[in-house]
Design a protein around this ligand. Structure first.
Ligand code: GLC
Ligand code: GLC
Length: 807
């Protein structure tokens, strides 16, 4: 069953009922100010860091769910309703939510009043604009009151939810005309404040939550809305909010428009005050006057549209499959922006209070984003590399506001360093900018330790070379890509973190997955070295890669598939001799991607085994059979009930690796089948089974062994976005940025006969037309001339390449 539809022309998903199985959200903001917004108006805003600079409040594990932190009420005589449906939940005569590129439009109507609110974060300012349009569609005059309300968070989201003894006494506000300023903690160390304004005269306000809600304290029916009379309350401690009450009257057919601004302002330390205890409001007033007029709001909105048009235009496909086009051209790229910005920090499943930016996550998120804004990707690479330690290992995460490595989680995830190579080479391929390798980057952000980025990549490679186990395979450390495969952990303490608890020092637990990563990414490093003329280093590393390949072939092959690991006793994990967890997905995809097993046929065997043992109609499970018991030597993976998460859920992130692996050995239809199985647009029909948003990927779909088989969880912030985009754009459709030009190696399924792709690459535009003759051989004509091989070399100053491809 579906709950809406794709409007491709407007690049929107249109939700037609407030009653979606879960809140279906969107992200607003592309720079520093971000908002999460659900289809019923829920969500919250923050500046750069969802933990340290939370602007509005979100209530965790709350029932009813998804109430807050922005609220609109219409009080029309005795009737009270919310245009976004929540929080009042009165029945609406009509409802729709259009989630678009960086904006959402939620509309509701009742008794001939139509209210529509366009929410977006303008490109240039740190604020959320709420453009409200009210129309009287009836045939008599309407007089009613509109309330626009936000609930402030006291900045540090963790403290806000935990430290009541302090923070119930720190709330402070100022009110001036139609602007409410939130200045908690501004009197001491904070140089920032929030404000909520409306460009109209108000007939009342409230800033104290209890005065506004009244004794019942329920957002669905606040006292002040019920009575139609604001209290003009000034918050002091407790729970500061901002509520504006505006009287509206509309003749039949008349429309009125209002603009609310939820803004964030920073002042210089020595310029914080206008008068004693009166904050300096200059910047807020500038922002407010900028958006005073509708024309400037509309201009900011069309600038946002232009921004997205431009970003998405770097890769566009036109095929006979609308689902493919809308994923590639719109939603998959859009999600890649969200994951790039958020890593795994703030979603409806990631609380924004825990993890910051993950090292491995951010490196992978960049792969699907780098073609959109390479400059931002460059900056990110430097930030990530700056939390690496001198020995090549690295912090696992960093906090976006401070950019310091997160000491609570520390390091020791032995796959981490190698991902840095993958994102750096992706950046160079996209831009040709080798200068990034000379960029001086510190270790652990310590001044004076700076070394060129290339040296950081080298240390990543040597970290693996220097940390191998008894089978000459890489030691796994705390975990590899699979955070839950904790082979040195042996935790018996309930609640103890599997990731940070003290490990045993087995020096035995090895990861075949990291081995495959090494073959792939040390290979990319060696290739860079030869490009830079350092053949000695390239030769040395290539020998190491050869050794690693042999180690995988001799000690990492189980007969019909690749083994997953050796545990700290030296026993195999992911082998047919295991009682449970006999085959894992990750090494099958990654070994083949790295080119292992292609010559001797093991690659095909491994993928056949995936098909036979792991593939379900909803995607490929992580392992099989699922663990039914807690295995202390394997860690968190065996802590989940069978079929969930890493214990045999369909962990979507690694599905594209298998799909790419199929393209590597030329299995065209198999590659596309596994792409489609988890692709949101292709599975829209089963929205009621997945339950998460049908326009973005989720981290996980419950596997066969789970009672809720097919149900998805953790939408939005998942590496699936980036790897799926890499898979479809670079391997299935086959257009890949390369150092010296654009590589064209399509691997199209039978069902696609003909496609056109437009790729903006470096300074040129490539118009590529591909005929799928299903020959498996690639022939390329550039501007009417046949070329040798599959690389279209770049010619200086040439702006347009017309490419005709037969495959
Ligand atoms: C989560 C983590 C990611 C990890 C994956 C598998 O998505 O963010 O870092 O690789 O789980 O455990
Ligand atoms: C990853 C895994 C999750 C695990 C977490 C630990 O996100 O998906 O299962 O609990 O890492 O940080």
């Amino acid at each position: 069953m579906k709950y809406g539809y794709f409007d491709d022309r407007r690049k929107e998903y249109v939700i037609q009922t407030p009653d979606t199985p879960l809140p279906w959200i969107n992200y607003l903001g592309s720079n520093q100010f971000f908002s999460l917004l659900s289809n019923t108006g829920g969500g919250y805003s923050f500046y750069r860091d969802a933990k340290l600079r939370r602007i509005t409040r979100y209530r965790y594990n709350n029932v009813p769910n998804d109430i807050g932190s922005r609220f609109f009420y219409i009080k029309d005589q005795d009737e009270i309703w919310s245009p976004c449906y929540k929080p009042v939940k009165s029945k609406l005569d009509s409802y729709s939510c259009r989630h678009g590129m960086g904006y959402s439009i939620i509309s509701g109507s009742r008794n001939s009043i139509v209210a529509s609110i366009t929410f977006f974060v303008p490109l240039e300012d740190n604020c959320e604009l709420q453009h409200v349009t009210l129309t009287n569609e009836g045939d008599s005059k309407k007089s009613f009151d509109l309330f626009g309300v936000v609930e402030w968070c006291l900045w540090n989201a963790v403290d806000d939810a935990a430290n009541y003894q302090r923070n119930l006494s720190i709330g402070e506000v100022e009110v001036e005309n139609s602007v409410i300023y939130h200045k908690s903690e501004y009197r001491e160390r904070r140089n920032h404040y929030g404000f909520y304004s409306v460009n109209a005269d108000t007939c009342g306000f409230d800033t104290n939550r209890d005065s506004f809600l009244g004794a019942d304290k329920d957002w669905s029916l606040p006292d002040r809305v019920r009575s139609g009379q604001s209290a003009d309350s000034i918050a002091s401690g407790w729970y500061p909010i901002a509520s504006h009450q505006i009287s509206i009257s509309l003749e039949p057919g008349e429309t009125k428009e209002l603009v609310f601004i939820l803004g964030y302002i920073e002042n210089e330390k020595n310029d914080k005050w206008d008068l004693p205890n009166k904050i300096n409001k200059t910047k807020a007033k500038e922002m407010i006057s900028k958006y005073e007029s509708l024309s400037s709001v509309n201009k900011a909105f069309s600038e946002l549209a232009g921004y997205w048009e431009d970003l998405l235009s770097n890769y566009q496909v036109h095929s006979a499959l609308p689902q493919l086009d809308r994923m590639v051209n719109i939603w998959n790229q859009y999600q890649c922006m969200a994951t790039f910005n958020m890593s795994r920090s703030a979603s409806y499943y990631e609380t924004g209070t825990g993890r910051g930016m993950g090292f491995r996550d951010s490196c992978q998120d960049l792969l699907g984003f780098v073609h959109m804004i390479p400059e931002q990707a460059r900056e990110r690479i430097i930030d990530i590399a700056s939390i690496q330690f001198e020995d090549g290992s690295t912090y696992h995460q960093y906090q976006p506001l401070t950019k310091q490595g997160n000491a609570d989680i520390g390091g020791g995830f032995n796959d981490d360093p190698l991902w840095l190579i993958g994102c750096t080479t992706a950046y160079i391929r996209e831009t040709g900018d080798m200068s990034i390798l000379d960029e001086m980057v510190p270790f652990n952000n310590v001044k004076g330790t700076e070394k060129p980025l290339l040296e950081h990549l080298k240390r990543s490679v040597y970290y693996t070379i220097n940390h191998k186990g008894p089978h000459n395979l890489p030691l796994i450390g705390r975990a590899d890509w699979n955070d839950c495969l904790n082979l040195n952990c042996f935790s018996e303490e309930p609640g103890e973190s599997f990731q940070t608890c003290e490990n045993i020092d087995s020096k035995k637990a090895e990861s075949i997955f990291i081995g495959a990563m090494f073959v792939k990414y040390a290979g990319e490093y060696a290739d860079l070295c030869s490009r830079l003329g350092n053949t000695e280093e390239a030769d040395y590393v290539n020998k190491e890669i050869q050794k690693m390949t042999e180690a995988i072939e001799t000690s990492g092959w189980d007969g019909s598939w690749f083994l997953r690991a050796y545990d700290s006793y030296g026993d195999p994990v992911g082998s047919h001799i295991c009682e449970e967890g006999q085959i894992y997905i990750e090494p099958q995809g990654f070994c083949v991607m790295a080119g292992i097993g292609i010559q001797n046929g093991n690659a095909k065997k491994a993928l056949d085994s995936v098909e036979e043992r792991l593939t379900t109609p909803y995607g490929i499970q992580l392992l099989n059979p699922c663990y039914t018991k807690y295995h202390i030597n394997l860690g968190e993976i065996t802590s989940y009930p069978p079929g969930y998460k890493e214990n045999g859920g369909i962990f979507c992130h690694n599905n594209p690796w298998v799909s790419i692996a199929h393209t590597v050995i030329g299995q065209r239809n198999e590659a596309f089948e596994s792409y489609k199985r988890i692709s949101p647009a292709f599975t829209e029909e089963i929205s009621d089974i997945h339950r998460t948003e049908p326009y973005v990927y989720s981290q996980m779909i419950a596997g066969r062994e789970a009672p809720n088989y097919g149900e998805a969880k953790n939408s939005w912030l998942t590496g699936t976005a980036s790897w799926s985009f890499v898979n479809v754009s670079q391997f299935i459709l086959g257009i890949r940025a390369d150092y010296d030009g654009l590589r064209i190696e399509p691997c199209l399924p039978d069902e696609l006969n003909e496609i056109t792709i437009i790729r903006e690459f470096r300074d040129a535009r490539f118009n590529i037309h591909i005929n799928n003759r299903k020959t498996g051989k690639i022939q390329i004509m550039v501007d009417g001339e046949k070329i040798k091989g599959t690389l279209i070399p770049l010619i200086e100053n040439k702006k347009l390449y017309t490419v005709e491809v037969d495959v």
